[in-house]
Ligand binder design. Structure first.
Ligand code: COA
Length: 384
């Protein structure tokens, strides 16, 4: 097949790879919708379990449907003893994203697969991927500190239960609510690199677990997950609100990127960052520690005005405030990307199901730039 070089776009920018009904980003207006529902409404009125239902079943549940769904999700929280052992045995020097990637594939062996050539796979029935990712991250943090595995609680929300499994004590109501809504905000974001990876693997009719495992690998890369870790490094480096101006002058002069700022899709402030900002303000007030909030607001104010003066406005993305929110919830930086993964696994599954519904294996073309056909050279004639 001859290649139409007119369709070539580095990084696939501007290429429409498939149709989707899962989510939509309106980058000009700063809007994000899951199945048509605005992220602000979901953050205010919904919770992670309901959003998982919405993503997988394409509509909000009725009261009885939600009740049944919650029971099913919560019943999946306990991780098998063998997975606990795997988490315990994982090398301390390895990153937990590598653990999640392996655990995803390993979890697959605990599920009876009905996936071969099935359009729906059995993701909706098992739910292990969505639910147990959080349990694996919590177990990882416990074992890192030589503490025991904490069995899940069935009466807490997904976010509150995660904090409970990490701490071993029940979080405050507001902490559980904030954690849960952070998962709502990260649950889905259209055709980004990890979601596209999940769809490509699903398009080969591989298992949903292998698709998720591959997506975890894509998310691990610093160009995708992990910007919030670097935001916190930046905040620590700056140290106080008074030092923001001088730090920014130097960063801009050195053409350094200000972490948590800018987005390929959003040309205005990321709608999720408004919610994260409110959470950080609430945590700062409740915990009596406004330092992170003050520094980040000062960076936002000064960076925006400097960039607007240059005629190049750049606004906060979701990662700008999220690292500080997690830090104030007592979570270490090493699990920031795994938290992203444990939320996004719902979106990945929704896309895997959509891919399977109307599947065609992904097989793009490449633009060959190598040597023209040439004769084989026997080894003795290839030089010393
Ligand atoms: N700090 C300083 N300058 C920035 C910037 C930032 N955070 N984000 C973009 N810019 C500038 C670039 O330097 C570039 O300037 P130029 O035209 O003078 O070269 C211009 O804005 C376009 O940036 P570019 O990196 O090409 O945009 P992109 O759409 O390819 O990339 C990001 C988007 C998110 C990768 C980019 O904004 C970035 O690296 N942000 C910081 C990391 C981050 O927060 N990532 C999380 C994303 S959710």
């Amino acid at each position: 097949m001859s290649v139409d070089t007119g369709t070539y776009s580095k990084g696939l920018e501007g290429i429409v790879a498939d149709e989707t009904t899962v989510s939509r980003i309106d980058g000009q207006k700063g809007k994000l919708y899951y199945r048509g529902y605005a992220i602000e409404d979901l953050a205010e009125h919904s919770d992670y379990e309901e959003v998982v239902y919405l993503l997988l079943y394409e509509d909000l549940p009725t009261g009885p449907e939600l009740e049944t769904w919650r029971k099913r999700m919560r019943a999946s929280r306990t991780i098998p003893a063998q997975i606990q052992e795997m988490v315990r045995a994982f090398p301390a020097s390895a990153h937990p994203m590598q653990l999640l990637q392996s655990a995803s594939a390993y979890l697959s062996s605990y599920v009876e697969h009905r996936i071969q050539h099935s359009p729906t796979c059995n993701c909706r029935d098992t739910l292990h991927q969505v639910v147990q990712t959080a349990s694996v991250v919590a177990a990882y943090l416990r074992f890192c500190e030589n503490k025991d595995y904490v069995p899940p609680r069935m009466d807490l929300s997904h976010g509150a239960n995660f904090l409970y499994m990490v701490r071993g004590t029940e979080p405050e109501d507001y902490e559980g609510r904030i954690m849960d809504t952070c998962l709502v905000l990260h649950a889905e974001h259209e055709f980004n690199a990890s979601t596209f990876t999940a769809r490509v693997v699903a398009s080969t009719l591989s298992t949903c677990y292998c698709s998720i495992s591959a997506a975890m690998g894509a998310l691990f890369g610093p160009l995708h997950g992990g910007a919030n870790e670097r935001v916190m490094e930046m905040v620590e480096e700056i140290g106080t609100r008074e030092r923001v101006g001088a730090w920014l002058d130097k960063a801009i002069a050195e053409k350094r990127k200000v972490m948590g700022m800018g987005h390929r899709e959003y040309k205005v402030k990321d709608p999720r960052s408004f919610v994260m900002e409110q959470f950080l303000e609430e945590l700062a007030e409740k915990k009596g520690d406004p330092r992170y909030y003050e520094i980040l607001k000062e960076i936002e104010k000064q960076f925006r005005s400097r960039m607007e003066e240059k005629g190049k406005p750049i606004y906060p993305n979701v990662d700008f405030f999220s690292g500080a929110v997690y830090t104030m919830l007592g979570l270490p930086r090493i699990v920031f990307t795994p938290i992203f993964a444990m939320a996004r696994v719902a979106g990945w599954l929704a896309h895997i199901l959509e891919q399977r519904k109307d599947n065609r294996i992904y097989r793009p073309e490449s633009l060959y730039k190598g040597p023209a056909p040439r004769p084989w050279i026997p080894i003795e004639k290839r030089g010393p």
